[in-house]
Design a binder for this molecule. Sequence first.
Ligand SMILES: NC(=O)c1ccc[n+]([C@@H]2O[C@H](COP(=O)([O-])OP(=O)(O)OC[C@H]3O[C@@H](n4cnc5c(N)ncnc54)[C@H](OP(=O)(O)O)[C@@H]3O)[C@@H](O)[C@H]2O)c1
Length: 296
Amino acid sequence: MEKVLLTGANGFVGQELVTVLLRKGYQVIATGKGPSRLQVEDPQLVYYDIDITHPFALQTVMIRELPTIVVHAAAMTQVDECEQRQNEAHALNVEATARLLLDAETYSNFIIFLSTDFVFDGEKGMYTESDDVNPVSWYGHTKVEAEAVMQTSAIPWAIVRTCLVYGNQSSGGRHNIFSWIRESLEAGKHIKVVDDQWRTPTYVTDLAEGIAAIIDAKAEGIWHLSGKDRMTPYGMAMEIAAYNKYDSSLVEKVTAANFSQPGKRPLLTGFNISKAEKELGFGPLSFGEAMKRLMG
Ligand SMILES: NC(=O)c1ccc[n+]([C@@H]2O[C@H](COP(=O)([O-])OP(=O)(O)OC[C@H]3O[C@@H](n4cnc5c(N)ncnc54)[C@H](OP(=O)(O)O)[C@@H]3O)[C@@H](O)[C@H]2O)c1
């Protein structure tokens, strides 16, 4: 049974990945910064709380566990926080990634790095894996730098870029776009939602299964894993309202210019996922199908 070391296991994507990897028969060495918030108990799962910005924290775990595969999902993920705490964002998103790669080169034989649509400038949209990167935020910049580090790897590597991931709120985690809209409308709260940022929102279970497919196949290179439907957050909110018969007048359509945020967001992103569809058999649900599943 292969051992996968996962950073960011407490996070939104990480929690789902733990579930999917255990289901597929992998042994999971989960790591997070704080105490475990994982809801699963399994003899094939161990958890370490380590700060990966500490120079030797991960190395100690790698030496003890000798994972054959590393999935690196830990990051400073909030765009505004990265903009305001640039040195810390760089230390976590770039420098810790570089150290982890050195350890993986020594102890493992495959590494996957989680990246983002925010590596692009948002001028074109529906990006392919071979489009040029040009980040407009510090978060995007740190991910571009980390991708460049990853591409120097002496062992086989994959970079998985994903886009606006949604699902039920993870245990102890922040809201995602879906859980925030659903909970707000259910509570009868008025929300302002942008209608000029185009994305291909990604159902978190589809993403985790896509990453597992990359591990199964040891599929190298850059992969765009997202949903297929091109939508804005406002479009998502209106579909959620219609499906649940929530009061859609609670949803106010705004543009990005209505918010003054420290970090700039690219306007048009979203992915062309045909490479993953053809080569990995990646088949994400439509937004409507995923919504039905999430609503139960
Ligand atoms: N969610 C999205 O829409 C989206 C879109 C594009 C790309 N991505 C990428 O996908 C990956 C996972 O995203 P996510 O949404 O799951 O993020 P998340 O929920 O913010 O989780 C990130 C995790 O990183 C861990 N972490 C933070 N600082 C750490 C440190 N110093 N040492 C060790 N661990 C640390 C945190 O652990 P604790 O909770 O224990 O503190 C946290 O659970 C990230 O690389 C992100 O850039 C996400």
